[in-house]
Design a binder for this molecule. Structure first.
Ligand SMILES: Cc1cc2nc3c(=O)[nH]c(=O)nc-3n(C[C@H](O)[C@H](O)[C@H](O)COP(=O)(O)O)c2cc1C
Length: 407
């Protein structure tokens, strides 16, 4: 089933006759659930008005590189970071040439260079322009750089010619865009992901918990689904909607999360322990609300079981990934603390982030992490958690393939 639910598509429109079809592309993308923002080249204005594209996308259309209204006039960087995918329909021969040369002489070409997101183009031009060796060389160059090329189609053209160069139909473009998210890298695998905080009851109204929002774990669930995995989410109490295609099991306490995790982990090939599980719980849960009689209240705490360690100790253990949210202390590096955890818990991979940096991690939509295994570490710079989760799932699936070959 095609879906683009909550996917952020930055639609680039360049100057060609097929620009009018970009209006229909927006509608088809939105039909599949996407959020669309439009960027036009100056030439594109000659073919379709920004007003039409603004009305259809429901968002202001961006045209100028220098946007004094954007914070610190860095609108192009904001847009580049915002996009899950940059989709250019139509892509003119001229724009393809500019991209191939790595030019950054207008807003659209600049943010293509500034973005780490997937870029896809739907070329549209006269058949002779398409066949021209210069255009073909430029397309080979873009293909080699990982840029996806949708079409073109063959048939009658606006100029009266017949041949290759017609832009694909809007519905086909929307479907191919949806396909970009379906990587299939975890196809056939059962994946269990824990997310959110746990709550450790003190009495019927009070509890100990932490600041985890669950956003990272929920983003990983979406990425695992896109990668084709049968996905089970074990979620602590969060304010997020359950993912559509995953089986979601809600739990409250660390002990409950531990019990459900061990049960589900025994039946999966990949376990990702992303939840911020409370390390300790009150030794006794009081059955009656504690009165405010005394100036002091002593709560005695007892250690909770370690879910990731216990999963990796299972006799038929899944590939086990742990998360380490650390505040760096005594100049001890994040990587050193995480590596020690990786070994102690016998994990296959650990994903560490520094929560003393307030712009990432807990409750933020952004994160920056370092992924560490026995032999190597890789830094993933600050991006949206939705994008980061896809990068992490891609890395994890590669590691699983390598491990399976070794066995
Ligand atoms: C009427 C007209 C139609 C055009 N149609 C196309 C087209 O379909 N494809 C194309 O690559 N260029 C086409 N061009 C040429 C582009 O508009 C021109 O190369 C322009 O510089 C593209 O700018 P951009 O790539 O920055 O948007 C057309 C030009 C005109 C005047």
């Amino acid at each position: 089933m095609q879906s683009l639910v909550n996917k952020r598509i930055l639609l680039g429109v360049t100057g060609g006759i097929a620009a009018y079809k970009s209006a229909e592309v927006i509608r088809r993308l939105i039909d599949l659930g996407a959020i669309v923002k439009v960027v036009m080249t100056p030439s594109a204005h000659d073919f379709i008005t920004p007003l039409t594209l603004q009305a259809l996308s429901g968002n202001p259309v961006h045209t100028k590189l220098l946007d004094t209204e954007a914070e610190a006039a860095m609108g192009h960087i904001e847009l580049a970071r915002w996009a899950d995918v940059i989709l250019i329909t139509p892509a003119s021969a001229n724009f393809i040439a500019r991209m191939a040369a790595g030019q950054a002489d207008d807003l659209l070409s600049t943010l293509c260079l500034a973005s780490r997101s997937v870029v896809a183009i739907a070329p549209a031009m006269n058949q002779a322009m398409w066949r021209n060796r210069s255009t073909q060389n430029n397309l080979t160059n873009l293909g080699n750089r990982g840029i996806k090329i949708f079409g073109p189609d063959e048939g009658s053209q606006a100029c009266g010619d017949t041949g290759p160069g017609r832009m694909l139909e809007p519905q086909d473009i929307a479907n191919l865009t949806s396909g970009l998210f379906e990587t299939g890298s975890l196809a056939g695998l059962r994946v269990v992901i824990t997310a959110g905080p746990t709550r450790e009851d003190i009495d019927p109204v009070r509890y100990i918990s932490n600041n985890s929002s669950g956003k990272m774990g929920y983003a990983l669930v979406e990425a695992a689904l896109e990668a084709g995995a049968e996905t089970i989410l074990i979620s602590g109490p969060v304010g997020l909607n359950p993912p559509d295609r995953a089986k979601t099991i809600y739990v409250k306490s660390a002990e409950e999360m531990h019990r459900v995790s061990i049960r589900e982990a025994a039946k999966c090939q990949l376990f990702i322990a992303c939840a911020a599980v409370a390390d300790y719980r009150p030794k006794q849960k009081l059955t009656k609300k504690v009165k405010k009689d005394s100036d002091f209240m002593d709560i005695s705490l007892i250690k909770n079981p370690d879910i990731a360690s216990d999963v990796s100790a299972l006799c038929n253990k899944p590939f086990t990934v742990g998360f380490a949210a650390e505040t760096q202390e005594n100049n001890e590096s994040l990587e050193k603390i995480a590596f020690e955890k990786l070994q102690r818990k016998k994990l296959d991979l650990i994903i560490a982030n520094d929560i003393s940096n307030g712009s990432i991690g807990f409750d933020s939509d952004y994160n920056s992490v370092v992924a560490i295994d026995e032999y190597s570490s890789e830094i993933f710079p600050r991006v949206r958690k939705t994008q980061l989760s896809r990068q992490l799932i891609s890395k994890i699936s590669q590691k699983i393939k390598i491990k399976n070959k070794e066995l």
